[in-house]
Design a protein around this ligand. Structure first.
Ligand code: HDE
Length: 726
């Protein structure tokens, strides 16, 4: 039974009420199912295989309006892809606040814990085209559209809490630098090329975000295992007109987890849709991804209390200074029905706000407020993209904007202006006296200047804070990522400028990055002498922040983790059963992987159904590996390069591995056996006697050890994995 069928058979839990409301609204726009094919005008098509010809072997006639309609429509199927964030995947769900936030904001969807607000969420990479691979090293977009009763609210964020640049003026330059180079169109979806690092090296304000982008945050294990951030400071405004500055956070229930870089690159080739598939399958299986919405709130009069300028998007506020309060949860419980109509046509805009939420003067945010409508007009073909079903609010809308390409609303009557007396029979006049959106009346009296605030001039303190807050393994991954990216550059001077800048973050980091790159030792003074370099340090009250590390995050469960069970003819199926049951009871999913599809025959002559093969679902598609006992089965697998590679590669990528009985022989090359000797972190070896069929307690203990190893996600501190030939 396919997951879809399972869903139809009732396994798919009901969508939330909120999602249903949106669904009902969308229903009016869906195609009528009919038994016959018709043209777009409704004319029945008698033959959908043959064009109209002059004789069966003659030329096709121009008169064939059925063929012309079909081909013309096909010719225009594509719309321009997004200039950034072109590659994305989305899902429907709902948001629910835990308790009324009326003390801080009058936003309607943040008042009533009983109310479920429908949402549509699109995750994306930034640099690649729409068909590029999911697991590239990149920032991920995390855009949420709340369909509230006061209008749509869009929280258009990323999975990294800071941005590369401080002013919208530099955005086109940043994007031109990171996208494929204009002369030869390479590389696709990768920052590891000269133009990106040339720009970054000349713009030290990028340093903080570079640290994040070189960390495992930029190669997430799953969209379901990423944080999200609003990045900019926004404002909450309550019913009395009082304002708090606010930073938004999404905290994933499953924790924050990354891939190994080698793994991410291999997945890009083996399954370019890895994240899209993961999100889709989780929702189809009823494993609804969940995040909590957190806020850091700063009273308006404490704007300058932390040394950090809240308007600077290259800075975060450490959670030690302002704790994140969790105010609600978001659950994604329904896959889109149509990728184009929903995921592709959804139009987000940071300027879509509701009463109670307002902007700060962050100069990056201010630039975004212009860009998003502008881009939709060319991407979605005109000014009426708000009428597309996925973009339409659930509350009524009314104004006198008229006409334009693809207009769908049929406005009635004589009046298309305001004020008027002819519309409703009464004078209809709006002076903004009460209700509706009121901009926070911030006082501003300043000269017009084209300058950066000096309070934005510290480019390194928080880069250092981030680095210092990482675990040993996370630091190693950052060093390796810088080395990899910089090694791809053709111009050594760019590498040099980057490591010179890094010397202002951490001397040792800079030296280690520089070591294998064929350049000079980092020179902090050279960096300081370059134009654009500014380093007016803010006093940092926090040296390390636990929240910046991905270590030990999440609820500690193994829910939705994928386990490969390796089989071949002659494995011991009985040694598998209790372990598999315990793993599945803990919420992980198992797939039986063998040399061929169909079934293998166990030592006791049972048929074991095979779900996938060593080559069509290699180890990079899984979180953990279980190798059963069975003399003949293991002897056979030891001769299969793909099976041995499977286990070695899982080991290299620091995944949990459990072997039972003879299964340990597949780890021989790693020097692991079933002796009493200590095992590498995350490797569980069950010696043959304890797996005796009758000994269920022993099998359950093994399963528990394996589950505990899996729950750690990865054993990044496993020694010497680079030496493993996989
Ligand atoms: Fe965007 N950004 N951006 N951006 N952005 C777009 O809008 C832009 C920025 C973000 O899934 C575009 O509809 C400017 C920061 C996401 O559909 C475009 C500036 C953050 C998405 C655009 C920024 C983001 C976009 C391309 C600097 C994190 C995908 C297509 C002034 C807080 C939304 C589109 C989706 C998309 C412009 C900076 C997040 C061109 C000018 C900072 C998640 O309008």
């Amino acid at each position: 039974m396919t997951p879809r069928n399972k869903a139809a058979a009732g396994r798919r839990p009901k969508s939330s009420e909120g999602s249903n409301a949106k669904q009902q609204q969308l229903a009016g726009f869906t195609e009528e199912p009919t038994a016959t094919l018709t043209t777009n005008q409704g004319l029945q098509i008698p033959d959908n295989h043959n064009s109209l010809k002059a004789g069966v072997r003659g030329p096709t006639l121009l008169e064939d309006f059925i063929l012309r309609e079909k081909i013309t429509h096909f010719d225009h199927e594509r719309i321009p892809e997004r200039a950034v964030h072109a590659r994305g995947s989305a899902a429907h769900g709902y948001f629910q606040v835990y308790k009324s936030m009326s003390q801080f904001t009058c936003a309607d969807f943040l008042q009533d814990p009983a109310q479920k607000t429908p949402v549509f969420v699109r995750f994306s990479t930034v640099a690649g085209g729409a068909g590029s691979a999911d697991t590239v090293r990149d920032v991920r977009g995390f855009a949420v559209k709340f369909y509230t009763q006061q209008g749509n609210y869009d929280l258009v964020g990323n999975n990294i809490p800071v941005f590369f640049i401080q002013d919208a003026m530099k955005f086109p330059d940043l994007i031109h630098a990171v996208k494929m180079e204009p002369h030869h169109g390479m590389p696709q979806a990768a920052s590891a090329h000269d133009t990106f690092w040339d720009f970054a090296s000349l713009m030290p304000e990028t340093t903080h975000m570079l640290m994040w982008a070189m960390s495992d945050r930029a190669i997430p294990r799953s969209y379901r295992m990423m944080e999200g951030f609003g990045v900019h400071t926004f404002r909450f405004v309550n019913g009395r007109g009082e304002s708090h500055f606010v930073k938004f956070h999404w905290k994933p229930k499953l924790g924050i987890h990354g891939l190994a870089w080698d793994e991410a690159q291999k997945i890009a080739g083996k399954d370019a849709d890895f994240h899209r598939r993961d999100l889709w399958e989780a929702i189809e299986n009823g494993d609804f991804p969940e995040w909590e919405l957190g806020v850091q709130m700063i009273p308006a009069d404490k704007e300058h209390a932390f040394g950090i300028d809240l308007l600077d998007p290259t800075k975060l506020i450490p959670e030690e200074l302002v704790p994140v309060q969790k105010i609600g949860k978001m659950v994604l419980d329904r896959n889109p029905d149509n990728f184009f109509a929903e995921t592709e046509q959804v139009a987000f805009h940071p300027g879509h706000v509701v009463p109670g939420i307002d902007f700060s003067n962050d100069p990056l945010l201010q630039g975004r407020l212009f860009s998003y409508t502008d881009t939709q007009i060319s991407r979605l073909g005109g000014a009426n993209f708000h009428e597309l079903p996925i973009n339409k609010g659930v509350c009524p809308f009314h104004n006198f904007q008229r006409d334009g390409m693809h207009r769908q609303t049929i406005a009635r009557g004589q009046v298309a202006y305001e004020p008027n007396t002819l519309g409703n029979g009464t004078e209809f006049r709006v002076d903004g006296a009460s209700g509706g959106f009121q901009s926070f009346p911030e006082e501003i009296e300043s000269p017009k200047v084209r300058r950066r605030s000096p309070s934005f001039d510290d480019h390194f303190t928080q880069a250092r804070l981030f680095f210092n807050s990482q675990s040993v393994a996370e630091k190693e991954h950052i060093v390796a990522a810088f080395r990899f990216e910089l090694s791809k550059l053709e111009v050594p001077a760019i590498r040099q400028r980057i490591v010179d800048n890094l010397a202002h973050v951490d001397e040792k980091l800079a030296r280690r990055v520089a070591e294998p790159l064929g350049i000079n030792a980092p020179d902090a003074r050279a960096a300081a002498g370059r134009p654009g370099f500014r380093d007016h340090r803010i006093a940092s009250e926090v040296e390390e922040s636990r929240a910046l590390s991905m270590l030990d995050t999440g609820d500690g469960s193994v829910k939705t983790r994928k386990v490969a069970i390796l089989v071949a003819d002659g494995v011991d199926s009985a040694s598998l059963k209790p372990i598999r049951e315990a793993i599945e009871a803990a919420g992980a999913t198992c797939k039986v992987v063998g040399p061929r599809l169909g079934a293998v025959t166990s030592a006791s002559k049972r048929q074991i159904e095979v779900d996938a093969t060593f080559t069509n679902m290699p180890s990079i598609m899984f979180d953990a590996v279980l190798v059963p006992a069975g003399k003949d089965g293991i002897a056979a697998m030891a001769q299969m390069g793909d099976a041995v590679h499977f286990v070695l590669e899982a080991f290299k990528h620091c995944k949990a591995i459990c072997t039972v009985g003879e299964g340990v022989q597949l780890l021989k090359m790693l020097g692991v056996d079933d002796s009493e000797a200590p095992k590498p972190a995350g490797v569980v070896v069950a010696a043959t006697p304890v797996t005796n069929l009758g000994d269920a307690t022993a099998a359950i203990q093994i399963a528990q050890n394996f589950i505990a190893a899996m729950a750690k996600h990865r054993h990044w501190d496993r020694a010497n994995v680079d030496a493993v030939p996989a």
